[in-house]
Design a protein around this ligand. Structure first.
Ligand code: TXA
Ligand code: MG
Length: 334
Protein backbone atom coordinates (compact mmCIF):
# COMPACT_ATOMS: atom_id res chain seq x y z
CA UNK A 1 0.00 0.00 0.00
CA UNK A 2 1.32 3.45 -0.87
CA UNK A 3 0.65 6.22 1.60
CA UNK A 4 1.20 9.62 0.09
CA UNK A 5 0.75 11.56 3.28
CA UNK A 6 3.90 10.95 5.34
CA UNK A 7 2.06 11.92 8.53
CA UNK A 8 -0.02 8.78 8.13
CA UNK A 9 2.96 6.63 8.98
CA UNK A 10 4.48 6.14 12.42
CA UNK A 11 8.01 5.14 13.34
CA UNK A 12 7.21 1.42 12.98
CA UNK A 13 6.09 2.15 9.43
CA UNK A 14 2.68 0.76 10.28
CA UNK A 15 -0.28 3.00 9.60
CA UNK A 16 -1.71 3.75 13.02
CA UNK A 17 -3.95 6.78 12.86
CA UNK A 18 -5.51 8.58 15.78
CA UNK A 19 -9.29 8.98 15.90
CA UNK A 20 -8.78 12.27 17.77
CA UNK A 21 -6.76 13.84 14.98
CA UNK A 22 -8.56 15.61 12.11
CA UNK A 23 -5.62 15.04 9.73
CA UNK A 24 -5.68 11.33 10.50
CA UNK A 25 -9.43 11.14 9.80
CA UNK A 26 -8.80 12.90 6.48
CA UNK A 27 -5.97 10.46 5.75
CA UNK A 28 -8.23 7.46 6.50
CA UNK A 29 -10.95 8.93 4.27
CA UNK A 30 -8.39 9.35 1.53
CA UNK A 31 -7.31 5.72 1.78
CA UNK A 32 -10.94 4.57 1.58
CA UNK A 33 -11.66 6.75 -1.45
CA UNK A 34 -8.63 5.19 -3.16
CA UNK A 35 -10.03 1.69 -2.64
CA UNK A 36 -7.86 0.73 0.35
CA UNK A 37 -8.90 -0.85 3.65
CA UNK A 38 -8.95 0.96 7.00
CA UNK A 39 -9.80 -0.62 10.34
CA UNK A 40 -12.09 1.74 12.21
CA UNK A 41 -13.40 2.02 15.75
CA UNK A 42 -17.13 1.71 16.30
CA UNK A 43 -19.11 1.65 19.55
CA UNK A 44 -19.44 -2.16 19.22
CA UNK A 45 -16.14 -3.58 17.89
CA UNK A 46 -13.50 -2.48 15.36
CA UNK A 47 -14.61 -2.88 11.73
CA UNK A 48 -12.49 -3.51 8.63
CA UNK A 49 -13.86 -0.87 6.26
CA UNK A 50 -13.87 -0.41 2.49
CA UNK A 51 -15.95 1.56 0.01
CA UNK A 52 -19.13 -0.56 -0.19
CA UNK A 53 -19.71 0.50 -3.81
CA UNK A 54 -16.27 -0.65 -4.98
CA UNK A 55 -16.18 -4.38 -5.68
CA UNK A 56 -12.39 -4.59 -5.83
CA UNK A 57 -12.03 -2.78 -2.49
CA UNK A 58 -14.58 -5.10 -0.86
CA UNK A 59 -12.75 -8.14 -2.24
CA UNK A 60 -9.70 -7.00 -0.21
CA UNK A 61 -11.78 -7.33 2.98
CA UNK A 62 -12.59 -10.99 2.25
CA UNK A 63 -8.95 -11.69 1.39
CA UNK A 64 -7.52 -9.96 4.48
CA UNK A 65 -9.88 -11.71 6.89
CA UNK A 66 -9.93 -15.08 5.16
CA UNK A 67 -13.70 -14.68 5.20
CA UNK A 68 -15.90 -17.23 3.43
CA UNK A 69 -17.42 -15.63 0.32
CA UNK A 70 -20.93 -16.69 1.39
CA UNK A 71 -20.90 -14.45 4.48
CA UNK A 72 -22.31 -10.99 3.64
CA UNK A 73 -21.04 -7.68 5.07
CA UNK A 74 -22.74 -4.91 7.01
CA UNK A 75 -22.84 -1.53 5.24
CA UNK A 76 -22.34 1.51 7.47
CA UNK A 77 -24.08 4.81 6.77
CA UNK A 78 -24.58 8.12 8.55
CA UNK A 79 -28.36 8.04 8.47
CA UNK A 80 -31.44 6.33 7.06
CA UNK A 81 -31.47 9.03 4.39
CA UNK A 82 -28.05 7.86 3.20
CA UNK A 83 -29.28 4.25 3.30
CA UNK A 84 -32.27 4.99 1.03
CA UNK A 85 -30.46 4.63 -2.33
CA UNK A 86 -28.98 1.32 -1.20
CA UNK A 87 -32.34 -0.42 -0.64
CA UNK A 88 -35.49 -1.13 -2.67
CA UNK A 89 -37.73 0.51 -0.10
CA UNK A 90 -37.74 1.59 3.51
CA UNK A 91 -40.59 -0.12 5.33
CA UNK A 92 -42.39 1.67 8.17
CA UNK A 93 -40.77 -0.68 10.70
CA UNK A 94 -37.31 0.35 9.51
CA UNK A 95 -38.24 4.01 10.03
CA UNK A 96 -39.36 3.23 13.56
CA UNK A 97 -36.22 1.25 14.37
CA UNK A 98 -33.88 3.86 12.93
CA UNK A 99 -35.70 6.65 14.76
CA UNK A 100 -35.33 4.80 18.06
CA UNK A 101 -31.95 3.07 17.84
CA UNK A 102 -29.82 4.89 15.21
CA UNK A 103 -27.12 5.88 15.44
CA UNK A 104 -26.25 2.81 17.50
CA UNK A 105 -25.60 -0.93 17.69
CA UNK A 106 -28.50 -2.11 15.52
CA UNK A 107 -28.20 -3.59 12.01
CA UNK A 108 -31.31 -3.74 9.84
CA UNK A 109 -31.57 -6.15 6.88
CA UNK A 110 -33.65 -4.89 3.92
CA UNK A 111 -34.06 -5.76 0.24
CA UNK A 112 -31.07 -4.21 -1.57
CA UNK A 113 -31.02 -1.91 -4.58
CA UNK A 114 -28.81 -2.40 -7.64
CA UNK A 115 -26.14 -0.15 -6.11
CA UNK A 116 -24.95 -2.83 -3.71
CA UNK A 117 -22.46 -5.14 -5.41
CA UNK A 118 -23.14 -8.88 -5.09
CA UNK A 119 -19.87 -9.39 -3.26
CA UNK A 120 -21.15 -7.24 -0.36
CA UNK A 121 -24.39 -9.21 0.03
CA UNK A 122 -22.72 -12.56 -0.78
CA UNK A 123 -25.22 -13.05 -3.56
CA UNK A 124 -28.31 -12.49 -1.37
CA UNK A 125 -31.06 -10.09 -2.48
CA UNK A 126 -30.75 -8.24 0.84
CA UNK A 127 -28.32 -5.84 2.51
CA UNK A 128 -27.52 -5.29 6.19
CA UNK A 129 -27.34 -1.61 7.21
CA UNK A 130 -26.10 0.11 10.32
CA UNK A 131 -25.50 3.70 11.41
CA UNK A 132 -22.70 3.64 14.00
CA UNK A 133 -22.68 6.14 16.86
CA UNK A 134 -18.90 6.24 17.47
CA UNK A 135 -17.80 9.86 16.79
CA UNK A 136 -14.72 8.75 14.79
CA UNK A 137 -16.74 6.37 12.62
CA UNK A 138 -19.20 9.19 11.94
CA UNK A 139 -16.46 11.73 11.23
CA UNK A 140 -14.94 9.27 8.77
CA UNK A 141 -18.28 8.54 7.05
CA UNK A 142 -18.76 12.29 6.68
CA UNK A 143 -15.20 12.86 5.43
CA UNK A 144 -15.25 10.13 2.77
CA UNK A 145 -18.90 10.53 1.74
CA UNK A 146 -19.19 6.79 1.02
CA UNK A 147 -21.19 3.90 2.45
CA UNK A 148 -18.64 1.66 4.19
CA UNK A 149 -18.79 -2.12 4.14
CA UNK A 150 -17.20 -3.32 7.37
CA UNK A 151 -17.19 -6.69 9.07
CA UNK A 152 -15.46 -7.06 12.41
CA UNK A 153 -11.71 -6.48 11.88
CA UNK A 154 -10.51 -9.92 13.05
CA UNK A 155 -9.24 -12.94 11.19
CA UNK A 156 -12.31 -14.98 10.29
CA UNK A 157 -13.20 -17.25 13.22
CA UNK A 158 -11.35 -15.21 15.89
CA UNK A 159 -12.96 -13.07 18.59
CA UNK A 160 -13.90 -9.60 17.34
CA UNK A 161 -11.36 -6.85 18.14
CA UNK A 162 -12.28 -4.32 20.80
CA UNK A 163 -8.94 -2.46 20.67
CA UNK A 164 -6.66 -1.29 17.86
CA UNK A 165 -3.95 -3.68 19.06
CA UNK A 166 -6.30 -6.69 18.58
CA UNK A 167 -6.70 -5.64 14.95
CA UNK A 168 -2.94 -5.45 14.45
CA UNK A 169 -2.44 -8.80 16.20
CA UNK A 170 -4.80 -10.43 13.68
CA UNK A 171 -4.11 -8.33 10.57
CA UNK A 172 -0.55 -7.00 10.71
CA UNK A 173 0.08 -4.14 8.30
CA UNK A 174 -3.55 -3.00 8.15
CA UNK A 175 -4.10 0.76 8.55
CA UNK A 176 -5.92 1.30 11.87
CA UNK A 177 -7.73 4.37 13.11
CA UNK A 178 -7.14 4.03 16.85
CA UNK A 179 -10.15 5.13 18.89
CA UNK A 180 -9.30 3.30 22.13
CA UNK A 181 -11.40 0.52 23.65
CA UNK A 182 -14.88 -0.07 22.24
CA UNK A 183 -17.74 0.91 24.47
CA UNK A 184 -20.21 -1.97 23.97
CA UNK A 185 -17.58 -4.65 23.34
CA UNK A 186 -19.67 -7.02 21.24
CA UNK A 187 -21.25 -6.66 17.83
CA UNK A 188 -24.50 -5.04 16.80
CA UNK A 189 -27.89 -6.70 16.97
CA UNK A 190 -28.96 -7.92 13.50
CA UNK A 191 -32.67 -8.00 12.61
CA UNK A 192 -34.27 -8.70 9.25
CA UNK A 193 -37.40 -6.90 8.08
CA UNK A 194 -37.57 -8.92 4.84
CA UNK A 195 -39.88 -11.57 6.33
CA UNK A 196 -43.58 -11.16 7.29
CA UNK A 197 -42.57 -11.16 10.97
CA UNK A 198 -39.16 -9.62 11.77
CA UNK A 199 -36.50 -12.16 12.77
CA UNK A 200 -33.69 -11.52 15.24
CA UNK A 201 -30.64 -12.92 13.45
CA UNK A 202 -27.97 -12.01 16.00
CA UNK A 203 -28.41 -10.61 19.52
CA UNK A 204 -26.14 -7.63 20.24
CA UNK A 205 -25.88 -4.12 21.60
CA UNK A 206 -29.66 -3.45 21.38
CA UNK A 207 -31.66 -5.97 23.43
CA UNK A 208 -34.52 -8.10 22.12
CA UNK A 209 -36.74 -6.65 24.83
CA UNK A 210 -36.03 -3.09 23.56
CA UNK A 211 -36.72 -4.11 19.96
CA UNK A 212 -40.03 -5.68 20.97
CA UNK A 213 -41.23 -2.50 22.62
CA UNK A 214 -40.97 -0.85 19.18
CA UNK A 215 -41.95 -3.70 16.83
CA UNK A 216 -44.14 -6.04 18.85
CA UNK A 217 -43.60 -9.70 18.01
CA UNK A 218 -40.18 -10.75 16.74
CA UNK A 219 -39.17 -14.30 15.87
CA UNK A 220 -35.80 -15.49 17.09
CA UNK A 221 -33.50 -17.38 14.79
CA UNK A 222 -32.86 -20.85 16.20
CA UNK A 223 -29.16 -20.45 15.52
CA UNK A 224 -28.85 -17.94 18.37
CA UNK A 225 -29.13 -20.46 21.19
CA UNK A 226 -28.31 -23.79 19.60
CA UNK A 227 -26.18 -25.44 16.97
CA UNK A 228 -27.74 -25.67 13.52
CA UNK A 229 -28.16 -29.16 12.07
CA UNK A 230 -26.02 -29.73 8.97
CA UNK A 231 -29.04 -29.50 6.62
CA UNK A 232 -30.78 -26.63 8.44
CA UNK A 233 -31.18 -23.22 6.77
CA UNK A 234 -29.31 -20.32 8.41
CA UNK A 235 -31.26 -17.05 8.16
CA UNK A 236 -27.94 -15.30 8.60
CA UNK A 237 -24.98 -16.96 6.89
CA UNK A 238 -22.61 -15.83 9.68
CA UNK A 239 -24.40 -18.14 12.12
CA UNK A 240 -23.23 -21.29 10.44
CA UNK A 241 -19.55 -20.40 10.49
CA UNK A 242 -17.13 -21.21 13.31
CA UNK A 243 -16.78 -18.18 15.52
CA UNK A 244 -14.95 -16.60 18.43
CA UNK A 245 -13.28 -19.89 19.33
CA UNK A 246 -9.97 -19.68 21.19
CA UNK A 247 -7.50 -22.57 20.83
CA UNK A 248 -8.34 -23.74 24.36
CA UNK A 249 -11.31 -26.03 24.95
CA UNK A 250 -13.95 -23.80 26.48
CA UNK A 251 -17.03 -25.06 28.37
CA UNK A 252 -19.97 -22.98 29.60
CA UNK A 253 -21.00 -23.92 33.13
CA UNK A 254 -24.31 -23.05 34.81
CA UNK A 255 -24.12 -22.52 38.55
CA UNK A 256 -23.10 -20.19 41.36
CA UNK A 257 -19.56 -18.76 41.30
CA UNK A 258 -18.54 -21.24 44.05
CA UNK A 259 -20.07 -24.23 42.23
CA UNK A 260 -18.43 -23.30 38.96
CA UNK A 261 -15.00 -22.92 40.61
CA UNK A 262 -15.38 -26.25 42.41
CA UNK A 263 -16.58 -27.97 39.24
CA UNK A 264 -13.69 -26.57 37.20
CA UNK A 265 -11.19 -27.86 39.76
CA UNK A 266 -12.78 -31.33 39.75
CA UNK A 267 -12.61 -31.42 35.97
CA UNK A 268 -8.92 -30.46 35.86
CA UNK A 269 -9.41 -27.05 34.21
CA UNK A 270 -6.41 -24.74 33.93
CA UNK A 271 -8.58 -21.62 33.79
CA UNK A 272 -11.93 -20.36 35.11
CA UNK A 273 -13.66 -17.28 33.78
CA UNK A 274 -16.35 -15.45 35.69
CA UNK A 275 -17.52 -12.23 34.04
CA UNK A 276 -19.64 -11.22 37.04
CA UNK A 277 -23.33 -10.36 36.96
CA UNK A 278 -23.42 -7.04 35.08
CA UNK A 279 -24.17 -7.72 31.39
CA UNK A 280 -22.69 -4.40 30.16
CA UNK A 281 -19.46 -5.24 31.98
CA UNK A 282 -19.52 -8.84 30.65
CA UNK A 283 -19.93 -7.59 27.09
CA UNK A 284 -17.09 -5.08 27.41
CA UNK A 285 -14.61 -7.64 28.76
CA UNK A 286 -15.66 -10.72 26.77
CA UNK A 287 -13.55 -10.62 23.60
CA UNK A 288 -10.35 -9.31 25.21
CA UNK A 289 -10.61 -12.20 27.72
CA UNK A 290 -11.10 -14.77 24.96
CA UNK A 291 -7.94 -13.45 23.29
CA UNK A 292 -6.09 -13.59 26.62
CA UNK A 293 -6.86 -17.31 26.98
CA UNK A 294 -4.73 -18.00 23.93
CA UNK A 295 -1.96 -15.60 24.97
CA UNK A 296 -1.74 -17.45 28.29
CA UNK A 297 -1.62 -20.77 26.45
CA UNK A 298 -4.49 -22.30 28.47
CA UNK A 299 -5.92 -25.67 27.39
CA UNK A 300 -9.14 -26.30 29.29
CA UNK A 301 -11.18 -23.33 30.46
CA UNK A 302 -14.56 -23.19 32.19
CA UNK A 303 -16.74 -20.09 31.96
CA UNK A 304 -19.61 -19.27 34.28
CA UNK A 305 -22.75 -18.93 32.17
CA UNK A 306 -24.34 -15.45 32.16
CA UNK A 307 -28.06 -14.70 32.54
CA UNK A 308 -29.75 -14.66 29.16
CA UNK A 309 -31.91 -11.55 29.26
CA UNK A 310 -31.12 -8.05 27.97
CA UNK A 311 -27.54 -7.75 26.74
CA UNK A 312 -26.89 -11.10 28.48
CA UNK A 313 -28.44 -12.96 25.52
CA UNK A 314 -25.70 -11.58 23.25
CA UNK A 315 -22.96 -12.49 25.74
CA UNK A 316 -24.44 -16.00 26.05
CA UNK A 317 -24.66 -16.37 22.25
CA UNK A 318 -20.95 -15.45 21.78
CA UNK A 319 -19.79 -17.66 24.65
CA UNK A 320 -21.84 -20.61 23.38
CA UNK A 321 -20.11 -20.33 20.01
CA UNK A 322 -16.69 -19.82 21.60
CA UNK A 323 -17.40 -23.04 23.56
CA UNK A 324 -18.55 -24.80 20.39
CA UNK A 325 -21.86 -25.47 22.19
CA UNK A 326 -20.31 -27.31 25.18
CA UNK A 327 -22.65 -26.41 28.05
CA UNK A 328 -23.02 -28.19 31.41
CA UNK A 329 -24.48 -27.72 34.90
CA UNK A 330 -22.06 -27.58 37.82
CA UNK A 331 -24.43 -29.51 40.09
CA UNK A 332 -24.70 -32.56 37.82
CA UNK A 333 -20.97 -33.23 37.63
CA UNK A 334 -21.14 -36.74 39.08
O1 TXA B 1 -21.19 -4.32 15.36
C1 TXA B 1 -21.10 -4.82 14.25
O2 TXA B 1 -22.07 -5.26 13.64
C2 TXA B 1 -19.69 -4.86 13.61
C3 TXA B 1 -19.25 -3.41 13.40
C4 TXA B 1 -17.95 -3.32 12.68
O3 TXA B 1 -20.26 -2.70 12.75
N1 TXA B 1 -19.72 -5.59 12.39
C5 TXA B 1 -19.87 -6.94 12.36
O4 TXA B 1 -19.84 -7.49 11.09
O5 TXA B 1 -20.02 -7.62 13.34
P1 TXA B 1 -19.66 -9.04 10.83
O6 TXA B 1 -19.44 -9.15 9.39
O7 TXA B 1 -18.61 -9.57 11.72
O8 TXA B 1 -21.04 -9.66 11.15
C6 TXA B 1 -22.14 -9.41 10.31
C7 TXA B 1 -23.21 -10.41 10.52
C8 TXA B 1 -22.82 -11.78 9.98
O9 TXA B 1 -23.33 -12.77 10.86
C9 TXA B 1 -23.52 -11.82 8.62
O10 TXA B 1 -23.82 -13.13 8.21
C10 TXA B 1 -24.78 -11.02 8.90
O11 TXA B 1 -24.37 -9.98 9.78
N2 TXA B 1 -25.33 -10.41 7.67
C11 TXA B 1 -24.76 -9.47 6.88
N3 TXA B 1 -25.53 -9.21 5.81
C12 TXA B 1 -26.64 -9.98 5.94
C13 TXA B 1 -27.81 -10.17 5.15
N4 TXA B 1 -28.00 -9.51 4.01
N5 TXA B 1 -28.73 -11.07 5.58
C14 TXA B 1 -28.54 -11.77 6.73
N6 TXA B 1 -27.45 -11.63 7.52
C15 TXA B 1 -26.51 -10.76 7.13
MG1 MG C 1 -17.47 -10.86 12.70
Amino acid sequence: MRIENAECRNSMNTVRLSADNQNDIACAADLLRRGELVAIPTETVYGLAANALDEAAVAKIFAAKGRPADNPLIVHVLSLEDAAPLVKEIPEQALLLAKTFWPGPLTIVLEKSGLIPDIVSAGLSTVALRSPSHPAARALLRACGLPLAAPSANKSGSPSPTRAQHVLDDLPGIAVLDGGACDVGLESTVITLTTPTPILLRPGGVSLEDLETVLGKINISGAITRELKPDEHAHSPGMKHRHYAPKAELTLVHGSPEDVTRFAKEQGADGVLDFGDNPEEQARRLFAKLREIDLLGLHKVFVRCPEQDGLGLAVYNRLLRAAEFREVHADVSE
